[in-house]
Design a binder for this molecule. Structure first.
Ligand SMILES: CC(=O)SCCNC(=O)CCNC(=O)[C@H](O)C(C)(C)COP(=O)(O)OP(=O)(O)OC[C@H]1O[C@@H](n2cnc3c(N)ncnc32)[C@H](O)[C@@H]1OP(=O)(O)O
Ligand SMILES: O=C([O-])CC(=O)C(=O)O
Length: 369
């Protein structure tokens, strides 16, 4: 089956998608989008249940204490600051972090969970450092700020200023919505990697490399490029008609599993509208609404999670080439949940291929070829 469509490749108790209903550990995404914080989601994904007040406080403290980066990461980022793709930098930094973790090859339950906290805590700080260092700015020191959530911490580390509550809350909701999605391509890559009993860092590096593609996580950046290219409402019709006539894909639309709409999209659309009012700039929101209407009318396709996240991140003034890194920060929680689950009951993932090449070919000496 091309692209392994509809093939069940493992058993998992983390996330379900049935009849277009998305659930994390049994909780509907509708419930979670309206009530949960990202830290509660991390706990839910890793431990299978919601934390009580004390457990949540302990996790938040643990994340805050582990977010400090090794100095060498900053040196690495200075080394290649002027060049390169931001997502590739994140992939390199995660790989580099391996060298600062004494428990890399300890796959026990307790060590795996300690590493999960370290990775989750650091990834947001790395993304902020990537941006500041390439702009010639000093990274913000964690001890100088007092964030109350990972989302707030990220925005504060990125800009050097305490974010507005509406911005921190919007990013937190984005993190809730992007955290987990069953056996999407990047999660599958992470599970395959650690099924060889390779280490957690290698699993996350594989996942980041997989999320980087425009058919998966990078679609959000491509949507933002499309919004900018279109520029104004009067150009949407012509632009979309041209894309369709050329047989090109419209980024942020379509989905392997949801054929009748992604249940996360309406929350991102609402956030985009809310932020448009807050910024007093409805352009990106209105462009998105019109694209959505035309693509549905002409192709029958509905937006996926990447479509409205592009205008949301634009309103949050996050640099466009960091959009996929935003996805990575959040999805790290889901990747880690799957890695922990894979290690708990491991069997190497090694499917078969149906051979479609030549058979029984006879060897020819080099002078006969
Ligand atoms: C977080 C995420 O990863 S969400 C997905 C992010 N990716 C994107 O937004 C990129 C655009 N979307 C796509 O490329 C696809 O819809 C995917 C990759 C998400 C899903 O791919 P698949 O399940 O393999 O669907 P497939 O590629 O077979 O498409 C089925 C049909 O719909 C069409 N189609 C699917 N998505 C789109 C799109 N965005 N624009 C135009 N046509 C599309 C295909 O051309 C194909 O038509 P055909 O049968 O006439 O050839
Ligand atoms: O499940 C998928 O194929 C892609 C997706 O929506 C996600 O990873 O959130």
């Amino acid at each position: 089956m091309a692209g392994l469509a509809d093939i069940v490749a493992c058993e998992s108790s983390i996330c379900s998608i049935e009849n277009s209903e998305l659930r994390y550990r049994g909780y509907s995404i509708d419930d979670l989008a309206q009530n949960a914080t990202f830290e509660e989601i991390i706990y839910l994904l890793w431990y299978g249940r919601l934390p009580n007040r004390l457990e949540l406080k302990a996790l938040k403290q643990d994340l805050a204490e582990n977010a400090v980066l090794p100095k060498k990461i900053y040196e690495l980022l200075h080394l290649y600051a002027p060049w390169g793709n931001a997502m590739a930098k994140l992939r390199t930094c995660l790989s580099f972090l391996t060298h600062f973790d004494d428990e890399v090859m300890d796959h026990s339950f307790a060590a795996d969970h300690r590493k999960a906290v370290r990775i989750m805590a650091r990834i947001a700080a790395i993304v902020a450092a990537i941006d500041r260092i390439r702009k010639g700015l000093e990274p913000i020191e964690l001890k100088t700020i007092r964030p109350t959530s990972l989302a707030e911490m990220f925005l504060w580390l990125l800009t050097g200023e305490k974010p507005a509550p509406i911005a921190a809350k919007a990013l937190d909701t984005c993190f809730v919505l992007h955290a987990e999605h069953e056996l999407n391509a990047s999660t599958f890559a992470a599970r395959v990697t650690v099924s060889t009993m390779s280490d957690i860092y290698s699993g996350i590096v594989s996942a980041i490399g997989t999320l980087k593609g425009p058919l998966h996580g990078n679609a959000n950046e491509q949507v933002a490029r499309m919004l900018e290219e279109i520029g104004e409402l009067s150009r949407v019709e012509e632009y979309i008609a041209q894309k369709i006539a050329n047989g090109e894909r419209i980024m942020g639309f379509g989905h392997r599993v949801y054929k009748n709409g992604d249940p996360r999209a309406k929350y991102l659309q609402a956030l985009s509208g809310e932020l448009a009012e807050w910024r007093d700039d409805r352009r990106w929101y209105e462009l998105s609404l019109k694209i959505e209407k035309l693509v549905y009318e002409q192709k029958g396709l509905k937006p996926n999670v990447d479509f409205y996240s592009a205008s949301v991140y634009t309103y949050l003034e996050i640099p466009r080439d960091l959009f996929t890194l935003m996805f990575a920060i959040s999805r790290t929680s889901g990747w880690l949940a799957h890695i922990l689950e894979q290690h708990e009951n491991n069997r190497i993932i090694r499917p078969r291929a149906e051979y479609s090449g030549k058979t029984e070919v006879k060897w020819k000496g080099i002078s006969e070829r």
